[in-house]
Write a protein of this length. Structure first.
Length: 70
């Protein structure tokens, strides 16, 4: 086995592993970005829901105060 064959025998699998790591890293970053976007959407909806619950609580408090006056 000469040096060129040794370099090919070691270099090609090493290159394949490095390319695989790079592809997996890119997929991970893409998935993380998608998850962050979904969480931001959920957070926006949750803030809207909390606002509606607080408005309802204020209305209920005013109704209770009216009932106490009568």
């Amino acid at each position: 086995m000469n040096n060129a064959q040794l370099y090919l025998a070691v270099g090609i699998p090493t290159l394949a592993v490095l390319v695989g790591i790079l592809i997996n890293s890119m997929q991970f970053h893409h998935a993380a970005g998608a998850i962050n976007a979904r969480l931001a959407s959920v957070e926006t909806r949750l803030d809207l829901l909390i606002g509606k619950v607080m408005d309802f609580d204020g209305r209920l408090t005013r109704l209770e105060e009216r009932g106490d006056r009568r």
